[in-house]
Design a protein around this ligand. Structure first.
Ligand code: GAP
Length: 443
């Protein structure tokens, strides 16, 4: 399958099966904003829950928060976003398209796709001008400068401004971390590639506060832990790699940074960043708020502003990684099938339940099994069409197991369980079915 086709096929499957729809589609859509449908919302929720479990529930040195999207405007002055969160923008006076001036070589001229913007005779590009990516709005009824607030472009700042509150309330000591999942907004000049770069997205960020001098050890630890976590989702290791930021790539706050990249059909691209942010953020908030943000070590009684190691993952970008990684087309017993080989723990539906035929007590037994399983995890009942077609529909949705009630089931209360990937069929007693599936879903 040509790599270029994979994205088109995935976008089409995502819509057809209810993973992802374009926002406001009936009005022609809103640029680079997407809605998650019934299967998509389950997939993304499973990813966020797994992240939260590994970051917060399974550790005693990380606490969770859920800070507001709107923050005091001074936060964004302190963070450097008002001054520096900008991209250079150029417009073409001829075709009216807009590009990032520093990435012209990555775009095609809309009128001459074999050329980059600026290369064709008709191209008439403006001088680059700096464009701030933050969405601005107004608090209260009056649209005046004094009332300006921003939609947060990263969730991290909501953690920094709460670091003392959380540390004191949860009686934590450095080193410790704070984790958050939430929406972020960026008025990207050149969004695209489906849900890869959008204007509204979700981040899963964790900020780990450490003693200066311990930062490099913690950085290495988090770098390894994050790569290992992605592999635990079943993402193919050969499609993952680190990319270290060269000095000219580093963000203004970072001393060192590594991206975790995935090989998408459109090339290697970042989906998580691990940053050593030093004491930049807390010192800036200390300066702009006038409030001391030092930590006093209870044993040595020395004072310092902690360094921060950040892990920053996009929930939507991760959803794209797992969808791309799971998508495959194959031939089974002479028939073509499309499969999403999602790990059972993140699959939106865990099992399809099917009566082999619509008679002889099979639908009634299948319904009973469905209703029992539904209390434990998401399942789907389907009695429409041939059993082969029903399997195919669930393969496409990424459902890892198919439970079929047949003639033998009525006699001995056993059902067949089909594995989506190996196609192996086990016979399992109905009484043991929930435990059988649960063991495989949580593995
Ligand atoms: N707090 C640090 C920070 O925000 P970033 O590298 O700008 O760092 C971190 O963003 C992650 O957030 C990215 O690796 C990506 O997964 C996600 N992300 C950033 N911009 C995005 C966008 N426009 N659309 C979707 N995801 C985005």
């Amino acid at each position: 399958m040509a790599e270029a086709q994979v994205m088109d096929k995935l976008v089409s499957l995502a819509k057809r099966r209810g993973f992802i729809f374009q926002s406001s589609e009936i009005y022609g859509g809103l640029g680079s904003v997407w809605d998650y449908g019934p299967l998509g919302v389950e997939l993304k929720k499973n990813l966020k829950e797994r992240w939260w479990r590994s970051m917060v529930h399974e550790r005693s040195d990380i606490e969770g928060v859920d800070a507001a999207i709107l923050m005091h405007p001074k936060v964004w002055e302190a963070s450097g976003h008002v001054e520096g969160f900008t991209d250079p923008l150029v417009d073409c006076r001829n075709c009216k398209a807009r590009f990032r001036a520093d990435q012209l070589d990555q775009f095609q001229c809309p009128q001459k796709p074999s050329k980059h913007p600026g290369e064709a005779d008709q191209c008439d590009l403006t001088e680059p001008r700096m464009f701030n990516l933050m969405f601005k709005t107004f608090m209260g009824p009056v649209e005046e400068d004094a009332a300006v607030v921003y939609l947060r472009p990263e969730t991290a700042q909501g953690i920094y401004v709460n670091y003392l509150n959380v540390m004191q309330a949860a009686r934590q000591k450095v080193p410790f971390g704070i984790a958050q999942v939430g929406k972020a907004f960026r008025n990207e000049i050149t969004p695209g590639n489906f849900i890869f770069r959008t204007r509204e997205f979700e981040q899963m960020e964790m900020q780990f506060f450490v003693r200066p001098g311990d930062d490099e050890r913690w950085f290495d630890e988090w770098k390894a832990a994050r790569m290992q976590w992605h592999q635990s989702l079943g993402i193919r290791p050969e499609k993952l790699r680190f990319h270290e930021h060269a000095p000219d790539e580093l963000a203004h706050y970072a001393k060192k940074a590594f991206d975790i990249e995935y090989e998408f059909p459109f090339g290697w691209q970042e989906f998580e960043g691990i940053h050593n942010r030093t004491d930049f953020d807390l010192k800036r908030h200390q300066e702009y708020s006038g409030k001391k943000l030092e930590y006093m070590d209870p044993t040595t009684r020395d004072r310092f502003v902690p360094f921060i190691i950040e892990t920053s993952l996009g929930a939507d970008r991760l959803a794209l990684v797992v969808l791309v990684d799971a998508y495959r087309e194959e031939s089974v017993e002479g028939e073509e099938r499309v499969v999403l080989g999602l790990a059972p723990s993140i699959a939106p539906i865990k099992a399809g339940v099917f009566p082999l035929v619509k008679k002889d007590g099979m639908p009634e037994m299948a319904r009973r099994i469905h209703d029992d399983l539904q209390r434990r995890f998401p399942v789907f009942y389907d009695d429409g069409g041939s059993i082969g077609r029903r399997y195919r529909r669930q393969d496409e949705a990424g459902t890892p197991f198919g439970v079929t009630v047949d003639g033998q089931s009525i006699e001995d209360q056993t059902v067949t369980v089909r594995d989506r990937d190996s196609l192996a069929q086990d016979r399992v007693h109905a009484d043991q079915l929930a435990a059988y599936l649960e063991e495989r879903i949580t593995a």
